[in-house]
Design a protein around this ligand. Structure first.
Ligand code: ADP
Ligand code: MG
Length: 415
């Protein structure tokens, strides 16, 4: 007889569940819809992979990115589990054989994009399968209150509801404020009592805010040289800055790679893979780099320009220390970045309500770079939880120091 612990050990080779995993799995096995909110690296995938192997039928995993699907399927295959993806890169003649193998029980997990679930013909085909579970990964994409809204996510429930087999639903996300959690719950029919929210705190990350260094490039080069044996990610906000910073660091003798959305897909996956296998020390990237990377030994994440909102910041910074080892997340901030973001919002043709929301998010990140409180606590509270002061962020270490509260940045929103 199979139980979750046995599968965890025999199939995945892990000795115990991480916080929240067992609770989520038990609810799913009792056919309850669940929302799992767990930080990046907490092990959300296992929450549907284990039930997928225990269920008779098929599990559909809705995922926003093809690269994310590919990583997941590769690692499942390494554990001897057969899974497949259906997305825009799948050839038409590959679809039926995949569905047939699923029908025969040879494929237990199928990864799809939300757009595919919206297709009538695909829904028709799915009705030949016994779908037990639908896992909605990156579920915050369903909410306009979230930071990565994706219209096709709003049709997911209708798609699931159209299935004869009436599957259980598991929504997963790392970054959801209470408003986003409620929105997900309402749209996917998940009762509040089945929200499983593990602590948002990342106790192995030391957060640091660096206020307007005189020479940002030099600061970063010195930072990297002070961490010669550690892998790190440097985020910046434009492709041009990625290129200039990469050149600068390379000239300083640092082993560095660049990644941004302007590079072609092949180049990007080569760089990502090279970084994964420690072929260079540091990757300089825009926010195009991230979702789905599973490099566990990233020791530092430095933001060379401020993130646009706390959600993105925590997700990006959270790529440090996924292995649980001590790591650092540094945000270098210049008031000018925040002014520029405000300008972008002003100039965009979004409706007023959406703009207001973006202003609020920008205000929160402005508060973050100016707060004198514990930085970890600030972030955790933003997500509607609480935690004690971490004792090791730049604010905890400088406690008592007076902050310059007349900086331009503080006035950025109040203009
Ligand atoms: P998330 O989606 O929450 O960011 P992942 O599902 O990608 O996280 O898991 C992150 C890493 O943790 C993966 O390498 C995964 O194999 C590992 N992991 C998950 N659960 C456990 C566990 N119970 N014990 C040890 N490692 C685990
Ligand atoms: Mg994940």
């Amino acid at each position: 007889f199979m139980n979750p612990e046995k599968i965890l050990k025999q199939t995945f080779g892990y000795s115990s569940f991480r916080p929240g995993q067992k609770k989520v799995i038990d609810l799913i096995l009792n056919r309850k819809n669940v929302l799992a909110v767990m930080p990046t690296g907490a092990g959300k995938s296992l929450c549907y992979q284990v039930p997928a192997l225990m269920n008779e039928g098929v599990t559909l995993v809705i995922s926003p990115l093809i690269s994310l699907m590919k990583d997941q399927i590769d690692s499942l295959k390494q554990n001897g589990i057969n899974a497949a993806a259906l997305n825009s890169t799948t050839l038409q003649e590959e679809v039926n054989p995949i569905l047939r193998q699923a029908y025969e029980g040879k494929i237990k997990l199928i990864y799809i994009t939300p757009e595919r679930l919206a297709m009538d013909y695909f829904r028709y085909q799915l009705n030949f399968l016994d779908v037990d579970l639908v896992a909605v990964d990156e579920a915050h994409c369903i909410s306009q209150w979230g930071h990565d809204f994706r219209p096709a996510y709003r049709q997911i429930f209708e798609g699931i509801n159209s299935l004869k087999s009436k599957p259980t639903i598991l929504a997963l996300t790392a970054t959801a404020t209470p408003a986003v959690q409620d929105d997900i719950g309402q749209q996917l029919n998940i009762p509040q009592e089945n929200f499983i929210i593990t602590s948002f705190a990342r106790p192995n990350i030391s957060f640091k805010v660096v206020n307007s260094p005189q020479n940002t490039h030099l600061y970063i080069a010195q930072y990297i040289k002070a961490h010669p044996d550690d892998a790190g990610i440097i985020y910046t906000n434009t492709r041009k800055k990625v290129e200039s910073l990469t050149d600068y660091l390379a000239k300083k003798g640092i082993s560095v790679g660049a990644y941004h959305g302007g590079m072609d897909a092949k180049e990007r996956s080569q760089i990502q893979e090279a970084f994964q296998f420690d072929e260079f020390q540091v990757i300089v990237a825009t926010n195009a780099f991230g979702m789905g990377i599973d490099k566990s030994n990233v020791r530092f994440v430095v933001h060379a320009s401020s993130a646009r909102n706390i959600e993105s910041y925590y997700q990006e910074a959270g790529r440090a220390g996924r292995d649980g080892e001590e790591s650092e997340a540094v945000m270098i901030y210049h008031p000018g970045d925040l002014h520029q973001y405000r300008y972008f919002i002003e100039e965009s043709d979004a409706d007023q309500k959406y703009k207001e929301l973006q202003y609020q998010k920008l205000q929160a990140i402005t508060d973050y770079v100016n707060t004198g409180e514990c930085l970890q606590q600030f972030i955790v509270r933003y997500f509607g939880q609480d935690c004690p002061p971490c004792g090791k962020c730049s604010n905890c270490l400088n406690q008592g120091d007076l902050k310059d509260i007349t900086t331009d940045a503080q006035k950025v929103i109040a203009l």
